[in-house]
Design a protein around this ligand. Structure first.
Ligand code: NAD
Length: 497
C-alpha cells in the first residue's frame, strides 16, 4: 500500500493522525502513488493556532527582508522546475512541456511577489489642515487560507501563498486531493530557503477540511480556485463567517472567428487552446463562434484537431495527457453522447480514444461538434475536456450577444484582421480577460487574473496589485506635531482645524 503524504502543521512535516485518506493515482495508469490524509479537525485547529502565532513575528519582518527570502525561493523553483514538472507528470498525467509551463507560470508570480516593498507603499498628503499630515500604511491581515483545484498543482498555489506571505501574512494551503504531491514539494522547497517555521502550512483532505478552515474563528481571508458550485459554496460560507473571500471559478470560453482572420492562425489557436492540457484549463477555449464565411473552415479545424493525440507523459508525440480521473472521463464522454442526442453534428469524436501501452488511462481524443445551439448542454455546461463546440452566427453583433448571454466570463478571444472589429469587441464583451488574436489571454502577474460573472465571486482578483489589496488592510494615520504656538481650545466640530 502506498504511503500517506505528510502534512506540514505546527513546526514541520509529519504524518497526519487521520485514519482516513484518499488515493492519489497516476491518471495514465491508475497506479496509486500516495494517499492524501483527511487531516483531522484537531490538526486543522493546530495549524491555524501555529499560523496565528507565527504571524505575530512574521509581520514584523521588514518587507525588503521578506522579499529577499522570496528571491531565494524564486531561484530555488527555477532550479527545481524540471523536477517539480516530473511530479506533475506523475500525478496529473500532463505531458512534460506542459508541466514545465505549469511551474513557470507560478514562478512568474513569485517574481512579482519580490516587488512587495513597493507594492505595499501607502500614500501621504502633507498639510491636509494647518499643521496636520495624513499618511497610510498597508498592513497584513493574519492567517490566510488557499484552496486549490487539480488542474495547475504548481501555478495556482503559487498564485496565492507567495504574495500573501510577502505581504506579511501567514498561510494555510489545502490543495486538491487529486494531485497534492506537487504542492507538498512547493512547501518543502519553501522551507529550504530559510523562511521561519509555520508561516506556510499544508493540510490535506476535501470538503470537511475546507469548511473547517473557512469557519475557523482565526482565519481572515479565503482564496479559492475551483468549480462554480464549490466556488459558490465557499463564497457563501466565507462571507457568512465574515471572511474576506475571492473565488476564481469555472468557465466556458469563446473564440470568435471573423471571416477576415488569418485562417492558419485561427486553426492553430483553436487546436492548442481547446485540447492543450486535455481541455482542463479554466482558460481553455471550449466554444468556437464562426462568423459568416468563417463557417467554411470547420472541416479544416476538424482535420487539424484529428492530428493531435493524447498520450502518456513519457511518450513522444503525445499532444496532451489523460483526464484527471475516471469520473471526469465518464462525465466528458457522457457530454459527447448528450451532444449527439441533442442534435449537434459530431464532426470529430474522441470518446473511443486509446493509447498504446496505457490501456487503463483516462483517455479522451479531440472532439469537435458543429451546429451547436445555445440551449444544448454541451454549450451551457463546463465540460472540462478536449471538446470544442462550434456555433454559427452571422455578424460580430450576434457573436457579442451570444457571449454576453453566457453566465461565465473568464476568458474570450477574437481572431480578426480588423482593428475596428477588435476594438468594438474588447469594449462591448462582458468577459474579464480578452484576447485579440491570442487564444488564451492569461495576464502576466503584474496585472491580475480578472474573470467576471459566474467565473468569479468577490471583488479583488488573483495576483497582481489586486491580490496585494486582497491580502492586506489599509491603515490611515492623521497626525499633528505641536510646535510652540499656544493651544487654540477644544475643536467642537468634525472638521480638521
Ligand atoms: P473543485 O471545485 O472540484 O475543487 C476545488 C477545491 O475545492 C479542491 O481543493 C477540493 O478539495 C475542494 N472541494 C471540492 N468539493 C468541495 C465541497 N463540496 N466543499 C468544499 N470544498 C470542496 O475543482 P477541480 O475539479 O479541482 O478543478 C476544476 C475546476 O476549477 C474547473 O471548474 C475550472 O474551471 C476551475 N478553475 C478555475 C480557475 C480560475 O482561475 N477561474 C483556474 C483553475 C481552475
Amino acid at each position: 500500500m502506498a504511503d500517506n503524504l505528510p502534512v506540514y502543521i505546527d513546526g514541520g512535516f509529519r504524518q497526519s493522525a487521520s485514519t482516513e485518506s484518499i488515493p492519489v493515482t497516476n491518471p495514465a495508469t491508475q497506479g496509486v502513488l500516495v494517499h492524501a490524509p483527511q487531516t483531522t479537525m484537531a490538526e486543522i485547529d493546530q495549524a491555524v493556532a501555529a499560523a496565528k502565532a507565527a504571524f505575530a513575528e512574521w509581520r514584523q519582518v521588514p518587507a525588503p527582508e521578506r522579499a529577499r527570502l522570496l528571491m531565494l525561493y524564486q531561484a530555488k523553483l527555477k532550479e527545481e522546475q524540471d523536477a517539480i514538472a516530473e511530479i506533475i507528470c506523475q500525478e496529473t498525467g500532463k505531458v512534460f512541456a506542459d508541466a514545465q509551463g505549469d511551474v513557470w507560470r507560478g514562478i512568474e508570480v513569485v517574481e512579482q511577489a519580490c516587488n512587495i516593498p513597493s507594492l505595499m507603499m501607502g500614500e501621504t498628503a502633507e498639510n491636509v489642515a494647518r499643521g496636520i499630515d495624513t499618511y497610510s500604511y498597508i498592513q497584513p491581515l493574519g492567517v490566510c487560507v488557499g484552496i486549490t483545484p487539480f488542474n495547475f498543482p504548481a501555478m495556482i498555489p503559487l498564485w496565492m501563498f507567495p504574495l500573501a506571505i510577502a505581504a506579511g501574512n501567514t498561510f494555510i494551503l489545502k490543495p486538491s486531493e487529486q494531485d497534492p504531491m506537487t504542492p507538498n514539494r512547493l512547501v518543502e522547497l519553501f522551507y529550504e530557503c530559510g523562511f521561519p517555521k509555520d508561516i506556510l502550512q499544508i493540510v490535506h483532505g476535501g470538503k470537511d477540511q475546507v469548511n473547517a478552515l473557512i469557519e475557523h474563528k482565526d482565519t481572515k481571508a479565503i482564496s479559492f480556485v475551483g468549480s462554480v458550485p464549490v466556488g459558490q459554496h465557499v463564497y457563501r460560507l466565507g462571507t457568512q463567517n465574515l471572511k474576506r473571500v475571492q473565488c476564481m471559478a469555472g468557465a466556458k470560453n469563446h473564440l470568435v472567428i471573423m471571416p477576415d482572420a488569418d485562417k492558419d492562425q485561427v486553426i492553430s489557436g483553436l487546436v492548442g487552446a481547446s485540447c492543450g492540457a486535455a481541455g482542463q484549463r479554466c482558460m481553455a477555449i471550449s466554444a468556437a463562434v464562426f462568423v459568416g464565411e468563417a463557417q467554411a473552415w470547420i472541416p479544416d479545424v476538424a482535420e487539424a484537431m484529428s492530428a493531435v493525440h493524447p498520450g502518456a507523459w513519457n511518450q513522444d508525440g503525445a499532444g496532451y495527457g489523460p483526464q484527471i480521473s475516471v469520473a471526469a472521463t465518464q462525465r466528458i464522454k457522457s457530454y459527447i453522447a448528450k451532444g449527439k442526442e441533442e442534435g449537434a453534428t459530431c464532426v470529430l469524436d474522441g470518446s473511443e480514444a486509446t493509447v498504446e501501452g496505457f490501456p487503463d488511462g483516462n483517455w479522451v481524443g479531440p472532439t469537435l461538434f458543429s451546429d451547436v445551439t445555445p440551449e444544448m448542454s454541451i454549450y451551457t455546461d463546463e465540460i472540462f475536456g478536449p471538446v470544442l463546440v462550434g456555433l454559427n452566427v452571422d455578424t460580430l453583433d450576434d457573436a457579442l450577444d451570444l457571449i454576453n448571454d453566457c453566465p461565465f466570463g473568464n476568458g474570450v478571444s477574437i481572431f480578426t484582421s480588423s482593428g475596428g472589429a477588435a476594438r468594438k469587441f474588447q469594449l462591448e464583451v462582458e468577459v474579464g480577460q480578452v484576447g485579440v488574436n491570442i487564444p488564451i489571454p492569461v495576464p502576466l502577474p503584474f496585472f491580475s487574473f480578472t474573470g467576471w460573472k459566474d467565473s468569479f465571486y468577490g471583488d479583488q482578483h488573483a495576483y497582481g496589485k489586486q491580490a496585494v489589496r486582497f491580502y492586506t488592510e489599509t491603515k490611515t494615520i492623521t497626525s499633528r506635531w505641536f510646535s510652540s504656538e499656544p493651544a487654540t481650545g477644544p475643536n467642537m466640530t468634525i472638521a480638521l482645524k
